[in-house]
Design a protein around this ligand. Structure first.
Ligand SMILES: C[S@@+](CC[C@H](N)C(=O)[O-])C[C@H]1O[C@@H](n2cnc3c(N)ncnc32)[C@H](O)[C@@H]1O
Length: 225
């Protein structure tokens, strides 16, 4: 671990904004679409590496909550995949009765537990939740997470097995790549969240719809062969 090589006192240097930017860029190099969980946990050696505690992101949290309220009403059990340090969890907890957050980073989950003491959190992936879950969640949410997952299609299918409904959001710079995977699934609804120059895409679906579309495709493939 880098921290153990740093001379005494230099960990504090990581909190100086310019060094924080350098650290974040170095840690994020090559992690996209890779399941690089160790690198992401190292990234969390500094607090809030993605700068998620700022007005721009708070706007996104509020808009995501508005969308959830409009589309799903008050949710009973909500799973937040990739909860990070719990910034968005604080908002999602307002639209549900029980929030469970999961993240691959132990460091992030420790902070999320402190930030949101009334919610529950676990360290792990979607697959880990699938192994341990007893009942379906009403809504499974993955915001700004798909870019760090190797098999995005598998993640969407696993989300759909974990919950009655699902919602993902992703930033404009990843839209082309993620739309190529998501649009052919015919999941249904999408909206744009826009704040100044920043745009996020929100896509949500009922899990039985995804299963139906996939079953129809399997049926038509077997009929044509
Ligand atoms: C950019 S942060 C987003 C945090 C929060 N969802 C938000 O939108 O503000 C991405 C988070 O996803 C987590 N993550 C990446 N891959 C994951 C996976 N396969 N399962 C669960 N969490 C994952 C990372 O550790 C990180 O905390």
């Amino acid at each position: 671990m880098l921290a153990s090589y740093l001379p005494r006192g230099s960990q504090a240097m990581l909190f100086i904004p310019s060094l924080k930017g350098l650290w974040t860029r170095a840690m994020l190099r090559g992690v996209h679409y890779r399941d690089s969980f160790q690198r992401i946990d190292m990234l969390y050696m500094i607090p809030d590496p993605w700068n998620l505690d700022n007005p721009q992101e708070r706007f996104r949290y509020q808009e995501t909550n508005r969308l959830i309220r409009n589309e799903f009403g008050h949710v009973t059990r909500l799973l937040e995949v990739g909860c990070g340090e719990g910034y968005q969890s604080q908002y999602l907890a307002q639209v549900c009765s029980q929030l469970h957050g999961c993240d691959v980073s132990t460091r992030a989950v420790e902070r999320a537990r402190k930030r949101c003491p009334n919610s529950t959190f676990s360290v792990g992936t979607l697959g880990d939740i699938l192994v341990h879950q007893a009942e379906l969640y009403d809504l499974v949410v993955a915001c700004e997470v798909l870019y760090y997952i190797d098999d995005v299609l598998d993640a969407i299918q696993t989300m759909s097995r974990l919950g009655t409904s699902c919602l993902v959001t992703y930033y404009q710079s990843h839209q082309d790549r993620l739309d190529r995977i998501i649009t052919p699934l015919e999941l249904g609804d999408r909206a744009i969240i826009r704040n100044g120059d920043s745009t996020w895409i929100a896509v949500w679906w009922r899990s039985d719809r995804l299963r139906r579309v996939q079953q129809d495709r399997t049926d038509s493939q077997s009929q044509s062969s």
